[in-house]
Ligand binder design. Sequence first.
Ligand code: BES
Ligand code: MN
Ligand code: MN
Length: 458
Amino acid sequence: MDLINDSFKKKSIDQLIDFLRIKSISADKSFKNEILKASKWVKNSLDEIGCQITRIYETKGNPIVYGEIKLSSNYPTVLIYGHYDVQPPDPLNLWDSPPFEPVIKTTSIHKEGAIFARGASDDKGQMFSHIKAVELLKINDSLNCNVKFLIEGEEEIGSENLEEFITKNTNLLKNDVILISDTSIESNSKPCITTGLRGLSYMEIELIGPNRDLHSGVYGGAVPNPLNTIVDILSKLHDKDKKISIPGFYDNVKLYSDKERIELKKNSSQDGELFKKDIDIIDYEGEKQYDYDERISIRPSLDINGIWGGYQGEGAKTVIPSKAYAKVSMRLVPNQDWNRISDLFKNYIKSITPKNTLVNIKTHHGGLPYISDTSSKEYKAAYMAYKDAYGIAPFSKKEGASIPIVPIIEKLLKSKVILMGFGLNSDSIHSPNEHYGIFNFFKGIETICNFYKYLPKS
Ligand code: BES
Ligand code: MN
Ligand code: MN
């Protein structure tokens, strides 16, 4: 697109790099100042592109940034949702360059370079492309929609205060369609629109054995060791066929007919060999009755995310720890309810914990699974937007990850979400060396501009 010229590109990249320097880590409260800085940065960039209203709304947690451009009450209104918070960068020693000192490097799949920094792809880069697209359309006098921006700072910790904000501000946020760029495409030559997200239930287990750490020689063999016990408990979460053992877990799981599964396959163009090669595994794991791509989209899963306790320092220390911990996430599919699943998890863990050990289980956060409407005119506009920008029609893909606010915002605002993502699975989001392709950044901007062009005006 000729609107995206060299000076626009240079300025946009400089701005994104500036944004990526802010350490807006929501999981760690000691970064609150950086969170505030990032919210101001977003507000300022909305001011700069000429939003008539911009505002930072305080919440019990991190602030929500709002912006609005209203051109005509005859125009449709597009609501953009994104998040300015990022995941913690740990483990730091695995980064090739510091996570908050963005650098541009080329890679085997990013000939034009990619920006390496925490949040580059998830979600600062993708979110910022909406601000730049609207700026571009405005400069060229071709914006023919009203636009609202809703950018939050708690997505990575479960969007805990956003639901209340939306509930209280349905009028302010009223719109005809909601766009979110916080997902990925298959590859830069195979664009796709995400049409499903898995739900989530995130749990933490604490086991308490003896009242203090004990000498493993003096006591070992006669006292409960909570680390031994937690390993035992966690090993009972799957059976030998890799099915999740929690009673009732599969009760409401939506099953797909053979015909539907074939249809889904036709749409998806996943390459299993590439998938394995990318993450360097010899074979998949999981339910044999389902292909690997089904296991990460239409089937639920359970993973231990962390397990700790006892001595982890250098050398050996003979100790029986008093406490042991584990974090467990479950990815859910239609029609599993995350609150019910969290309860089933708690009951099951309690039922298999031996009497000599105390167990505490807490739910961190969760979210419902989501399936999007693909029949709307707005979806068609997104489809055309990708087709034009990439020169190839996008397919639709069910994603394994979660964006818990998506089903909630649809319900509260009574409009549909379109997941217009531009990242790649190889972007290493949540992982060391996260990056976002320069190509992806500008293709995203171009695709978004196309969306406004194709969106029917009445
Ligand atoms: N942007 C991701 C979700 C995502 C990742 C969608 C990759 C598609 C492809 C989002 O920021 C995220 O990380 N979500 C969390 C849930 C949240 C409650 C912590 C997730 O899926 O773990
Ligand atoms: Mn995200
Ligand atoms: Mn994320």
